[in-house]
Design a protein around this ligand. Structure first.
Ligand code: SAH
Length: 274
């Protein structure tokens, strides 16, 4: 799983299999991305009930419009765009917020947390796909997600990886994500209730690691559990201690190479379980 060469292999995991092709070219830098936002803003926008456009939320066309906006926003990775077009985001949020599910906005998922906005999710998964192993194999390989939340990003990862381990520290959200994903019977996805700062040693090493919450520094165990040739994408405190940026770490046989990307604003990575 963690190595591959030449043309993308035929993936062995379900959903959107025919759409996996090659990772897109890196896109241009953008302004600060805010995947989370104050709950009162989300509630205010919910009251506006802006999007229905005459299409039912189950319509693939609604998601395709979101995909068109992601393309216009610079997302180039076709497997990621295909997955975003497939996963019904409206089923992961409360029904009162479902009409906003395909706008580029974060939405509350309870317990003070939010589902990240689609453009940020797409950008982070695109960065993962630009890692060496994903480029070589055409998929994300063995993948660890920290911060399951409502399970939306885990569902996306399930389309792009043969094995997904996702950890959530808040039990009600862990249970909510399980309920959301149950309908698809994703045998290759494992949800865990625990402290994702510790990673998950039994399934390591991971070809891809992605975090949906940002800390002051990358936990050492994440780097320990990253496979050689693997890539990690996580929001982390920016240079000089200011704000947050997306950090990418590529692990090579000779050591880790770190690069910093867009400014972002994620909920805090917290230790322990709640
Ligand atoms: N990917 C999610 C986004 C959820 S927001 C989605 O698609 O909905 C980030 C999540 O990270 C929150 O649910 C928060 O509880 C969780 N989190 C924060 N610190 C964590 C930790 N140490 N371990 C596991 N989850 C954590």
């Amino acid at each position: 799983m963690s190595s591959g060469a030449g043309a993308p292999r035929k993936p062995r995991f379900p959903m959107a299999l025919d759409r996996l092709s090659q990772a897109g070219a890196p896109s241009k830098p953008r302004e600060t991305l805010r995947p989370q936002r104050p709950l009162h803003e989300a509630a205010r926008d919910a009251a506006r009930q802006t999007v229905s456009q005459g299409l039912g939320l189950d319509s693939a066309q609604v998601r395709q419009r979101m995909v068109q906006r992601l393309r216009a926003d610079g997302i180039r990775c076709e497997p990621v765009l295909a997955a975003m077009g497939d996963v019904p985001r409206h089923l992961f949020v409360d029904s009162a917020l479902a009409t906003q599910a395909y706008e580029d906005t974060s939405l509350p998922i309870g317990h003070g947390q939010t589902i990240s906005k689609p453009s940020v999710v797409a950008r982070m998964v695109e960065l993962l796909f630009e890692g060496a192993l994903a480029r070589a194999s055409g998929h994300l390989g063995r993948t660890l997600e920290v911060g399951t939340g409502c399970g939306y990003q885990a569902a996306l990862l399930a389309k792009l990886a043969p094995r997904v381990v996702s950890i959530e520290r808040l039990r009600p959200l862990f249970e909510k994500a399980g309920a959301h994903l149950a309908a698809w019977r994703l045998d290759h996805v494992r949800l865990l209730h625990g402290d994702g700062m510790l990673g998950h040693g039994p399934d390591a090493p991971y070809d891809s690691i992605i975090a949906a919450a940002g800390g002051d520094a990358l936990p050492a165990l994440w780097l320990d559990q990253l496979a050689i040739g693997g890539r990690l994408v996580a929001p982390t405190r920016g240079p000089g201690g200011r704000g947050q940026v997306l950090v990418v770490v590529d692990r090579h046989a000779s050591g880790c190479v770190r690069s910093e990307h867009e400014a972002v604003h994620f909920v805090p990575l917290k230790s322990g379980i709640g």
